[in-house]
Ligand binder design. Structure first.
Ligand SMILES: Nc1nc2c(c(=O)[nH]1)N[C@H]1C(S)=C(S)[C@@H](COP(=O)(O)O)O[C@H]1N2
Ligand SMILES: [Mo]
Length: 489
């Protein structure tokens, strides 16, 4: 006779951590999705070629709109909820993703070393037929015959979650990193060369996880109530049921309280949540993605016929005046910690060596578009202005000012400027850079998300620290909507 079914404590603990992680990942994921509540199969995203959308906003045909106008409030289910709070949602998502992956690795290593893998890894083809039988048994609301280990359907489902769904979720998540796919464009070939396919599948994985969690809970609690409570808490059927139930209720209350606390805490102080959580996950992001340089080589036929806009053209007198004379009076100031402060006219810039590149733009909100950009390499600008040794960051100042009087700006590392595809662009798709795309000059730094690529450039400043600029978080979006500074995943 086999011993009665039991689970090692490591698996019991990993299972509980997994539950907490999945709830946070799903809630924050919903928040991230709703900032661009449309899913596509193509990277040439328009406002009408999605296969799924949430919300009812229709974009006007006769006037300029931006991707910020398309964002929806996901409601209370999401973490943290509210409109355009995806910055905080991302902090939770990546922090939790790291905890989740580490838990998964511990679980897998244990599974292999202990021989426990035999429980969930199917070894015979007959399992598929058996699983179908169990499925119909459940459908008829009967309990399949008790076995000393998992039944065929359980085994297949658990193996599917661990060895199929989880890897796909991780791969599709990674494929959304602008840095990773800029460095290794082939990575996207797993998804037909399209980031939106990965994004869509990442969403489908979330739905699959949600469906699994709900049916798993229903079946275990409805059909194996006593055993499930015991296994969930102590991994052991011999334990006292009252004790197991107490622990079970305690864990569920903890899960609920933690989620309520995380929501309230985040909405109450997004600056603090950003500071704490980025401290945790940014070093990991830096380690894996920080060294990547852009090697994109899209072709003319990849160019998107439609390219979304984010960030309206500046309405200031200063900008409108310069615009009237086609920026002939405009000058780019390059100063700060440089040996040679310079002022360049558009003519001067166009006389420098020109680089053209066809690259994919990734907005943090979710949309993509491919365009050809023409301009001068930041490396060449640095040859002219000669940044000093202590210059660590570069701040790009724009002309646009919001209703509260804050100017758009974005900060990057001086080392990002050496990336072969970091340019100041004055052309888009072979034509003079159109107003809404950043005339007269905009940054392209192709390893980063769109919000780093300041449009409507006014000046460039080399600094050793950005505490004194704006609200001190290194960029306008970091200041106002609490995005992370790294912008590479
Ligand atoms: N000056 C300025 N630059 C900006 C923005 C802005 O609002 N103002 N928005 C950023 C964001 S979030 C994105 S996604 C890209 C969009 O570039 P596009 O309008 O050319 O598509 O510009 C970035 N640069
Ligand atoms: Mo963006």
């Amino acid at each position: 006779m086999e011993q009665s079914f039991s689970l090692p404590m490591i698996i019991v603990i990993a299972h509980v951590i997994n539950l907490f992680c999945l709830v946070i990942l799903i809630r924050s994921g919903i928040q991230i999705l709703f900032d661009h509540p449309k899913l596509y199969w193509t990277d040439n995203t328009r406002d009408d070629n999605h296969w799924l959308r949430f919300g009812k906003k229709i974009m006007p045909k006769d006037k300029l709109w931006t991707s910020l106008d398309e964002a929806e409030d996901p409601g209370k289910l999401a973490l943290p909820g509210g409109n355009h709070n995806l910055g905080s949602a991302r902090h939770w998502h990546f922090t939790t993703a790291i905890v989740w992956v580490i838990t998964g690795i511990v679980y897998l290593v244990f599974l292999l070393l202990s021989g426990q893998w035999e429980r969930i890894v199917p070894t015979e083809w007959g399992i598929f037929g058996e699983a179908v039988n169990v499925f119909f048994t459940y459908l008829s609301l009967n309990v399949p015959p008790e076995t000393a280990s998992y039944n065929a359907l359980q085994q297949l489902t658990y193996a599917g979650i661990v060895f199929v769904l989880t890897p796909i979720t991780i791969l599709t998540g990674l494929a959304m990193s602008p840095a990773l796919v800029a460095r290794f464009p082939w990575f996207l070939n797993l998804f037909g060369g399209r980031r939106q396919v990965a994004r869509s599948f990442h969403f489908i994985c979330m739905v699959a996880f949600s469906v699994f969690i709900l049916t798993h809970i229903t079946i275990t609690l409805l059909l194996h109530f006593y055993d499930s409570i015991k296994l969930f808490t102590f991994g052991n059927l011999d334990v006292d049921f009252a004790k197991a139930l107490t622990y079970f209720v305690g864990i569920i209350i903890l899960l609920i309280v933690f989620n309520i606390w995380a929501t309230i805490f985040t909405l109450g102080d997004q600056v603090r949540v950003r500071r704490i959580l980025t401290k945790f996950y940014t070093p990991v992001v830096r380690f894996f993605f920080g060294w990547m340089e852009s090697r994109q080589k899209y072709t003319e036929k990849d160019i998107s016929p439609f390219h979304r806009v984010n960030g309206y053209p500046p309405k200031t007198e200063e900008y409108e005046k310069l615009q009237k004379t086609h920026f002939s009076e405009w000058k780019l100031k390059v100063d700060g910690l440089v040996d040679n402060p310079i002022e360049l006219t558009l003519e001067d810039i166009k006389n420098l060596p020109k680089q053209e590149q066809i690259t994919k733009h990734n907005c943090i909100q979710g949309w993509t578009a491919v365009a050809k950009w023409g301009g001068v390499r930041m490396n060449d600008i640095m040859e002219l202005c000669k940044p000093q040794k202590n210059a660590k960051y570069v701040i790009f100042h724009s002309f646009d000012v919001d209703d509260k009087g804050a100017s758009y700006y974005s900060g990057l590392r001086v080392s990002d400027m050496k990336d072969p595809q970091t340019i100041l662009a004055y052309e888009m798709n072979g034509k003079t850079l159109p107003t809404e795309y950043g005339a007269p000059l905009r940054l392209r730094c192709e390893i980063k998300y769109g919000y780093k690529m300041a449009k409507y450039l006014k000046s460039i400043e080399f600094v050793d620290d950005f505490k004194e600029i704006g609200q001190g978080r290194g960029g306008y979006r970091e200041d106002t909507v609490f995005f992370d500074w790294e912008a590479s995943i």
